[in-house]
Design a protein around this ligand. Structure first.
Ligand code: F6R
Length: 598
């Protein structure tokens, strides 16, 4: 959480570059924002405010700082409420050092006590503020800025991506431990940020920092070293997506844009990986993987729902598989035999998922990452990686990445377990155009209008539609702030039915006409008998429509892809409910896109 940026070499443009970068990082947190610039003066110029980047922009209109080098921050609060004082950057007592930080400094209280005893004055509740004061102490002891920065990094424990500027300085320093940090290299300018979109408009050349590394960016470019000052050779990568891909392209919200991008995202995911004639799937990343004896998935939130779906695919192929909430993985039984542990994470930076994967490695398991972000921490820490290729997702609520995760999990299961399932391959081929058809014809906006005053929403489904029911409920609660729960359809009568009334619509997903669908229809009759309105998401193969007040149709297809199509209707239902309620759809309250704390 939190987004940081730094830049040098953009002359008069540095302030605008920082603010532009922060607006691209706002998905990481939006409680408060600030910038610090350093020029020839003796003090650093800091401007910061509670609120979003637009509030910062407004504050800067009347009071623009200038400077050649600078850092910026957009915050998701962990220590202290979102106030002006707690906004980053934080400075030392002299105003000569300014620091921005993403992560958590675990030993900050003892450091703060020590610094206060030594005479330092603190102005915020944050853990971060110890850093500029530690740097100040080292400077007072005679260290130069770079050594003082390193000395501070050596004292702190926890997770961090930190950047600092010094008054009158000609460089920006940064370091990383357990939080993402990437450099951007341009002709005559260099950037650092939590994520590439912050500077993608200016350059496509990037360097991913690893844990324990320190970088200095200055007019000569960049240099990466270990904390102990050993030089590190770093590869410069080229990112393959355009800056425009992170704009809204005329949609009211990123989330709506990203829902509409799903056909393209799915095509990208499938491209070059399916040989339908030969009936095979080829994932270059896996180069003929041995069939694992078992698969354990670890993930959080939406990615956990994808993991539940993935586990069913492997079970269907005869490979024992289980999905775990990453934050609970440590209490699970160790993987048996030649088990593979798969981290499903769109950002590749989720602390709970990374920690579960490290636990799995510690237990001797092979690990694989299924992620969207090239160069993310998960992609570098796992033995193997499969990219879902969804393109950048900015809306905080995951949409296109979930669809791409499901598609990639199909590829993964087919490649590992039973490549020759031609029906499934054909269904995957048709999936992008079917998703397009669902988007084009969806009446979710009109249906949503009928239920804006509902007391709560229940989502039910069985089999592969069970994770979709969970995801439908999560999406709705995240962006509408309304109470919603997802259940395995058969569970409703074991308790939740007590909550079902004429004011609680039940959204039931029933696809196909097999036993699962027939039983789901039975569960729908139970809620109908309690006068609850029913919204059926169906391909019309069962008779669920007879019991439904509204129908959100999808084309008839394979059960695996039916789940993806049903989810598109649920995304649109959640989106339009939130839009009609006037919610902050791309930046729901209290949430952040990349959750880098446990
Ligand atoms: C919900 C959502 C979150 C994430 C979760 C894991 O819309 O986006 O539940 O799915 O925080 O994030 P990743 O996939 O980045 O590990």
């Amino acid at each position: 959480m939190c987004g940081i940026i730094g830049a040098i070499g953009r002359g008069e443009d540095t302030l605008d570059t920082l603010v532009h970068g922060l607006s691209k990082l706002e998905y990481r947190g939006y409680d408060s924002a600030g910038v610090a610039l350093t020029g020839d003066g003796e003090r650093i110029e800091i401007r910061k405010t509670a609120g979003e980047i637009d509030d910062l922009r407004a504050a800067l209109e009347t009071n623009r700082p200038s400077g050649r080098a600078g850092v910026g921050h957009t915050r998701w609060s962990t220590h202290g409420p979102p106030t002006d004082e707690n906004a980053h950057p934080h400075a030392d007592c002299t105003g000569e050092v300014a620091v921005v930080h993403n992560g958590i400094i675990e030993n900050y209280q003892s450091l703060r006590d020590e610094l206060v005893t030594a005479g330092h004055t603190f102005h915020s509740d944050t853990d971060t503020e110890v850093v500029p004061h530690l740097i100040e102490s080292a400077l007072a002891d005679g260290a130069d800025p770079e050594s003082a920065f390193r000395a501070a990094m050596e004292r702190i424990e926890g997770s961090y991506a930190i950047a600092a500027v010094f008054a009158g300085g000609d460089a920006v320093y940064c370091a990383r431990e357990d939080s993402p940090l990437v450099l951007g290299v341009d002709d005559g300018a260099t950037y650092l940020a939590s994520d590439v979109p912050a500077f993608r408009e200016f350059t496509d050349r990037v360097i991913y920092l690893d844990d324990g590394e320190v970088a200095r960016i200055d007019d000569d470019g960049w240099a990466v070293t270990t904390l102990a000052s050993e030089p590190v050779e770093k590869a410069v990568h080229t990112v393959e997506w355009d800056a425009e891909e992170t704009g809204k392209s005329g949609y009211d919200h990123y989330m709506l844009k990203e829902i509409h991008e799903q056909p393209r995202a799915l095509r990208q995911c499938l491209r070059g990986r399916v040989d339908e004639l030969g009936g095979t799937v080829e994932l270059d990343e896996l180069d003929a993987p041995p069939r694992p004896t078992a698969v354990q998935f670890v993930a959080c939130g939406t990615s956990y729902h994808a993991a539940l779906y993935g586990a069913q695919l492997f079970q269907d192929a005869g490979i024992p598989a289980q999905a775990f909430l990453a934050s609970e993985y440590v209490t699970s039984p160790p993987p048996a035999g030649d088990a593979l542990v798969v981290g499903v994470t769109q950002s590749g930076e989720t602390a709970d998922t990374l920690s579960a994967l490290r636990e799995a490695k510690g237990r001797g398991a092979r690990t694989l990452a299924l992620t969207n972000v090239v160069g993310s921490t998960v992609s570098r820490e796992c033995d193997r990686v499969i990219y879902i290729r969804a393109g950048p997702e900015i809306g905080v609520a995951a949409s296109k990445t979930f669809a791409s995760q499901l598609a990639a999990l199909n590829l993964f299961a087919l490649a590992t377990a039973n490549g020759g399932d031609r029906e499934a391959l054909g269904a995957l081929r048709d999936l992008p155009s079917e998703v397009q058809a669902v988007i084009d014809d969806s009446t979710a906006a009109e249906v949503a209008e009928h239920y804006l005053d509902a007391e709560g929403y229940f989502f039910i489904g069985r089999g592969l539609n069970y994770p979709v029911a969970l995801e439908g409920a999560l999406k709705l609660k995240e962006i509408t702030y309304r109470h919603a729960e997802g259940f395995a359809a058969g569970e409703l009568k074991h308790g939740p039915l007590a909550l079902v009334t004429r004011n609680t619509p039940v959204i039931a997903i029933a696809t196909g006409d097999d036993e699962l669908a027939r039983k789901t229809v039975g569960n729908v009759k139970e809620v109908e008998a309690r006068n609850a309105p029913v919204i059926a998401v169906t391909d019309g193969q069962s008779d669920i429509e007879r019991y439904a007040d509204h129908v959100l149709p999808i084309p008839g297809t394979h059960p695996r892809t039916a789940a993806v199509l049903a989810n598109v209707q649920l995304q649109l239902f959640a989106y339009h409910t939130a839009a009609q309620l006037g919610r902050s759809i791309d930046k729901p309250r209290n949430l952040a896109k990349s959750v880098t704390v446990e």
